[in-house]
Design a binder for this molecule. Sequence first.
Ligand code: GLP
Length: 256
Amino acid sequence: MEVVILKTGAEVGDFAARRISLGAEDGSISVLGVATGSSPLPIYSALRRLRTPAIENLTAFALDEYVGLPKDHPESYHSVIHREVAEPLGLDPEKVHVPDGGAKDLPAACTRFEENIRDAGGVDLQILGIGASGHIGFNEPTSSFASRTRVKTLTAKTRADNARFFESPEEVPLHCVTQGLGTIMAARQIILVAQGKQKAEAVARAIEGPIASMCPGSILQMHPAATVVLDPDAASQLKLTDYYIRTYKNRPSWQR
Ligand code: GLP
């Protein structure tokens, strides 16, 4: 895994945005995997500032969605992705796909979502945040490493963490639809971003811990092109910090 430790959350966003924008320009990224949550927000604002024309042509796939929230609920990921990503970046709404958490036949909708990703040629770069439990997307601890898009039950911890977006904790849905860990791992490149002390433990487990389904993010150790970009607080429980900093400083010129 490539581990990059930068000084601020804004720099984390700039780093990821530069990679995405270069890839969009040179044609290596035409399908972008987008994520909700506060962690990737600096990426979207940096992308807006960069104003790379090729960004508007991207196709986007979101990671997950709540089950049972109407699409137009302000906290449905359908609303969040359109409000915070698609509109500001000028993406074509027809090319922005969010799993359907309101489908009558949820398993069929999950299969269709997988087919849509495949028909688009697969995800070129997937943006990820990480939950305090180590989850990526909504793949909670003990998720299968081979899983594809499916319905999951949210843990009490995730529901409590996400209660801040709702009027009361009971309003947070019990279930979600999420790309599986197998789906995420099929992306050609992955950039996971994390900021703040509350993510330090999950980040250390994902990067340096054993590969274990108790920390779903640890599966990224098996990905051939995964980069984790951190601020100093999120990096604060890592053991090999000096090594990561030295590696990044001395990276070969073709990686700059
Ligand atoms: C939610 C999302 C995840 C996200 C996580 C962390 O559970 N489904 O994709 O990574 O929250 O969110 P934040 O970045 O706000 O800490």
